[in-house]
Design a protein around this ligand. Structure first.
Ligand code: 147
Length: 661
């Protein structure tokens, strides 16, 4: 590699001139949620947990994120699980559910300047009074979201900078106006509204509706194509963001995609922020979109984690800019490179500091998961960069170099060097695959920790949890809720239970309600295991005695497949090849076996299910055999699961899962 001055350059110089600064840079972010992507992180082994947080949030260390976007838990499946709402019911606010509060605090501890952005994927059913429409009672849904914003402030001292509407679903003019008013009245005039976390058509909609547009601060697009028509968005005169981006593999290609878009979005369409889905891969292998994260941490038991190259693609911008810096316009420091690729300049309006990025990714490596890219060519070139006197050129600039198309065993990722500046000029070789930062900022660092524990991918068996050592409202350690929300709560006997908290079908994102609530643990690869748990059904008060408790083995993410044993209030039991259909919502499943035992009522019982190598199931209630040697499909593998067949507050204790020999 050659960063020396005086190299013969291929074309007219790239001119950098800060006399005409352009739009304000709004920062690069990561997205926790949408959904439950961070679920294994709160119960990660230390010191790994703190190290992971440092890699994500600590300035001048790793990804050094400038924005943290989080899901506002809505009690329904939002990709990798369910995140608990702060209001399962309309009359109670619980500011201790879920882990996004914790994550936001950890982010702020490391970087007090990080911006926070909340967005709902799903809503509890009560906001629409069972209608399934979150905009039918705008005041009610506004009250729900403002309770979250207010809770962040009163309980945790967190200012929510940005609030979205409903991820990749509808937005609504009237609702957004009501939300704006409700925020203002509650003292949150400074929380900006982002609309609509979805497709580009929102720009035309806002152009036609002034009251709607007036209530909106930022246009948030998902996976925007740089090659779409942005004219309507530009006419709005509001910042336009790629408010969700990437979903790409966590390898060098994912870094190449991300490095490209965080430059091209500005150069081509003047988008001023990009937020990566997703922040941290702390969700089980075998749930959706595994391996699409900045950092992978799926072994809470071992503490092993992997820092993915996209961390360093992010660092190329975040370690050398601040929110509030200004972009330089195309022709003054940003633009397309003569032989393909992009360059971007950011300047600090209050000092002489500036940062440039040069990124040249070939068509074969440039794609993100979506949208499709047109064909294009790139070629290596050596640039001459001319810093105008307005830049107050220093004698030397810092260089940080990566190549995301390398086939080397040890590819260049975030390597430091310097370049001499002579008469305001320097030259720079830009190979195919390169992402290069040139900057006055001297605090860049490729952060690292010694002694990351080696990988131990198998979930440790045998495993047991009595749920007594968790804090109230927490999710159970290493469980990942998929339908409904399961939280630890102290109950009338002074002991804690793991309790299903959702009383009504939520306004879901993908799950419209077919199988009953379920939380899972373990491995998608498991086959021969035994699960045992104590359960208690709630008292019948107005409900049907068909309420059932269920345990599952070999289940997939939504227990569409698996081996599941359910026993109901009356003592009727069934062995199923899936989770139980929600009562009243779909055709009953055909059981593999069924029978009657004594009524269980609403007292504590122990339910167990095991499936062994001969692919036969055994089940028992309170140690008395319900079924034995029932043949099951040999092809199923999967998680251990506990759940129910309806939206009632079933309780669990004394969970265990063990190997069957
Ligand atoms: C996004 C979601 O917002 C995320 O929660 C996560 O599921 C992510 C995974 O890639 O996808 O949803 C999208 C769903 C469909 C499209 C784009 C984003 N799409 O078809 O373009």
């Amino acid at each position: 590699l050659c960063f020396a001055a005086f190299v013969q350059a291929s074309a007219a110089p790239i001119v950098v001139d800060r006399t005409h600064t352009s739009a304000t840079f709004d920062g690069i972010g990561g997205l926790s949620g949408g959904g439950a992507t961070s679920v294994l992180l709160p119960h990660y082994a230390e010191p790994s947990r703190s190290q992971i947080l440092d890699y994500l949030f600590k300035p001048n260390f790793g990804a050094s994120l400038q924005i943290l976007k989080v899901e506002i838990g809505g009690d329904s499946q939002s990709t990798d699980g369910t995140e608990s709402s702060h209001m399962h019911t309309e009359d109670r606010i619980d500011l201790h559910t879920g882990y996004e509060w914790w994550l936001m605090q950890e982010a702020k501890k490391r970087n007090p300047e990080i911006k926070l952005y909340g967005l709902a994927w799903a809503f509890p059913g009560w906001v629409g009074e069972g209608s399934g429409d979150p905009f039918k009672f705008p005041e009610q849904t506004a009250r729900y979201l403002v309770a979250w914003v207010a809770g962040a402030k009163t309980e945790y001292g967190l200012d929510i900078d940005y609030l979205g509407i409903w991820n990749e679903r509808a937005s609504d003019s009237k609702f957004v106006q009501v939300l704006r008013k409700t925020l203002n009245q509650a003292g949150f005039a400074r929380t900006k509204l982002v609309v609509k976390d979805g497709t580009l058509d929102i720009c035309n909609e806002l152009l036609k509706d002034k009251a709607y547009a007036d209530a909106v601060d930022i246009v948030g697009l998902h996976y925007p194509s740089d090659f779409a028509d942005f004219s309507a968005c530009r006419q709005l005169g509001k910042p336009v963001w790629a408010s969700e981006e990437s979903s790409s593999y966590d390898d060098l290609n994912g870094a190449a995609c991300w490095g490209r878009v965080i430059n091209s979005h500005w150069v081509i369409n003047r988008m001023t922020s990009s937020i990566m889905w997703n922040l941290v891969g702390a969700y089980y292998h075998g749930t959706d979109w595994y391996a699409s994260s900045m950092l992978t941490s799926v072994e809470p038991w071992s503490g092993h984690y992997e820092v993915n190259p996209v961390i360093w693609a992010t660092a190329h911008v975040t370690q050398f800019t601040k929110i509030g810096w200004r972009y330089l316009a195309n022709g003054s420091g940003s633009g397309e490179l003569p032989r393909g690729g992009y360059y971007t300049a950011w300047v600090d309006p209050s000092s002489d500091d500036f940062t440039m990025n040069f990124v040249k990714i070939s068509r074969d490596h440039a794609s993100c998961t979506r949208p499709p890219l047109p064909n294009f060519q790139v070629e290596e070139e050596t640039l001459t960069v001319l810093l105008s006197p307005s830049m107050r050129p220093p004698d030397e600039l810092e260089i940080w170099y990566s190549n995301f198309e390398s086939y080397d065993a040890d590819p260049s990722v975030f390597k430091h060097s310097t370049v001499q500046v002579l008469n305001g000029k320097f030259s720079l070789k830009v190979p195919v695959g390169a992402m290069i930062t040139v900057t006055t900022i001297k605090t860049g660092q490729k952060g690292s920790f010694q002694g990351i524990p080696p990988s131990s991918p198998s979930f440790p068996l045998n495993y047991a949890d009595d749920f007594q050592s968790s804090a109230d409202s927490e999710n159970a350690r290493w469980f990942a809720d998929q339908i409904g929300s399961f939280e630890i709560h102290r109950v009338e006997d002074g002991m804690r239970s793991l309790k299903q908290m959702v009383p009504l079908l939520p306004i879901g994102w993908t799950d419209k309600g077919s199988r009953g609530p379920m939380t899972l643990i373990g491995m998608r690869e498991w086959q021969d295991i035994k699960v045992q748990v104590s359960f208690r059904l709630p008292p019948p008060a107005g409900r049907v005695p068909a309420d059932a408790a269920c345990v599952g083995v070999r289940t997939d993410q939504m227990w569409k497949n698996g081996v599941v044993l359910c026993v109901n209030y009356d003592g009727h039991w069934e062995l199923l090849n899936s989770g139980p259909p929600l009562q009243g919502s779909s055709a009953p499943a055909t059981p593999l076996a069924s029978g009657m035992t004594k009524a269980v009522g609403s007292s504590w019982h122990v339910l167990s299910l095991e499936v062994g190598g001969s692919n036969e199931a055994q089940g028992a209630l309170d140690g008395n055999e319900l079924l034995s040697s029932v043949p099951v499909r040999s092809m199923d593998t999967g998680f251990a699961a506990i759940g129910a067949n309806g939206w009632f507050p079933i309780e669990f204790r004394n969970f265990s899962v063990s190997k069957v020999h």
